[in-house]
Design a protein around this ligand. Structure first.
Ligand code: ATP
Length: 351
């Protein structure tokens, strides 16, 4: 139903997406998971037809976005990060207005608006002005405007951001009910969101898809390796030669470049439990001082962190903050860069 193939997007000197591919089928909720700035919004805006891709294709129900944008817009519902609402309209009036923009006939509109309000549990506030609604209700109105024309595909950009826990549960349940007969893609930077709502996840980092799988398979895949983080002091060559000499060591990656030859290194090994003791023995024997050796777990949070910090770490040798030293939950829930401001509501966003 939704197919994205080799999508790239360049904004001036910023490459926001590089060769991104994934697909989602009817009845499925696919989570697009990644830290701030990963490229989630860019992907969604291209899919919704609001932004041209630099390369690659995005298609909905067999229609390519750049070839037949009108056909795609009729088949897709899009909730941007900030819903494009008109605060001085009533909920019902606004949904009629959006229905008209989306090409619903005057005869069909009352029934479709009623249906969207029922789906999103908005009947009690249908005559209320939008600016008087709570954030949770405004989010539901945002979802209602995305589904009012009954599209088979829905894309939701961070649909639960800023909601309180009760509202989050309500919106998640609403999304699950919509997915019964539709294809839903939602973006989030929060792992629990995917865990709670999605069957499958595409993890995106620095504009690239670094994993696509069910969460269960993702976990199974990662437990085929053991990962150790070492804090060592010694000649670089001695450390690297020691690592190279061990059969169980698959790869390693320096996490920090620090003075006085003390560094952190992340070592990926095959799952043989003997590799850990062998590592210690070989390094100490080579005259390398070991301050710490930590085996990284395989919780989903750690897997996500591993997948989404790899490249950052590789290229951040000179940065003052070592991402590997951030607490896992902080790095995931409180990424350092700020969110992109969504476009201000305008009539084009409603079309
Ligand atoms: N209009 C633009 N002009 C220039 N660069 C942009 C523009 N929009 C996005 N970018 C850059 O493209 C990259 C991807 O941004 P995007 O908003 O798609 O990420 P995101 O994963 O949705 O992030 P967030 O979770 O913060 O919304 C970032 O580096 C961002 O700064």
């Amino acid at each position: 139903m939704i197919e994205v193939e080799h999508l790239s997007k360049v904004y001036g000197s910023t490459t926001a997406l590089q060769d991104v591919s994934f697909a989602a089928q009817p009845g499925e909720i696919l989570g697009l998971l990644g830290p701030n700035g990963a490229g989630k919004t860019t992907t969604m805006r291209i899919l919704a037809g609001y932004l041209p891709a630099t390369k690659g294709t995005a298609a909905v129900a067999g229609f390519e976005v750049h070839v037949d944008p009108m056909a795609v817009r009729q088949r897709i519902g899009y909730l941007p990060e900030v819903p494009p609402l008109y605060p001085n309209m009533t909920v019902e009036g606004y949904l009629h207005f959006v229905g008209r923009l989306k090409g619903l006939s005057a005869g069909d509109r009352p029934q479709r608006v009623q249906w969207a309000m029922e789906q999103c549990n908005l009947q009690d506030v249908q005559k209320t002005l939008i600016h008087k609604l709570s954030k949770g209700f405004r989010q539901r109105v945002g979802i209602a405007q995305a589904i009012v024309h009954n599209p088979p595909a829905i894309i939701l950009d961070e649909p639960t951001i800023g909601l309180d826990p009760r509202q989050i549960i309500d919106v998640r349940n609403l999304i699950k009910s919509l997915a019964a007969d539709k294809t839903v893609i939602l973006s989030t930077h929060i792992l629990p969101e995917v865990n709670m709502t999605c069957q499958r996840v595409a993890i995106i980092n620095n504009g690239k898809v670094v994993a696509t799988n069910t969460l269960a398979d993702l976990k199974a895949q990662q437990t085929e390796q053991l990962i150790y983080e070492l804090d060592v002091q010694g000649e670089l060559d001695s450390v690297e030669q020691s690592l190279q000499s061990l059969e169980g060591v698959l790869t390693w990656q320096w996490l920090s470049e620090q003075p006085s030859e003390r560094r952190k290194v992340r070592v990926t090994c095959n799952p043989d439990p003997q590799v850990g003791p062998q590592l210690t023995h070989t390094l100490v024997h080579a005259g390398v001082a070991m301050y710490e050796m930590r085996r990284l777990g395989t919780s989903l949070e750690e897997i996500y962190l591993e997948l989404t910090t790899k490249e950052e770490v590789d290229t951040s040798a000179e940065s003052e903050i070592d991402p590997a030293e951030l607490p896992v939950s902080d790095a995931i829930r409180h990424p350092t860069s700020s969110s992109e401001e969504a476009d201000p509501p305008n009539a084009e966003d409603l079309s």
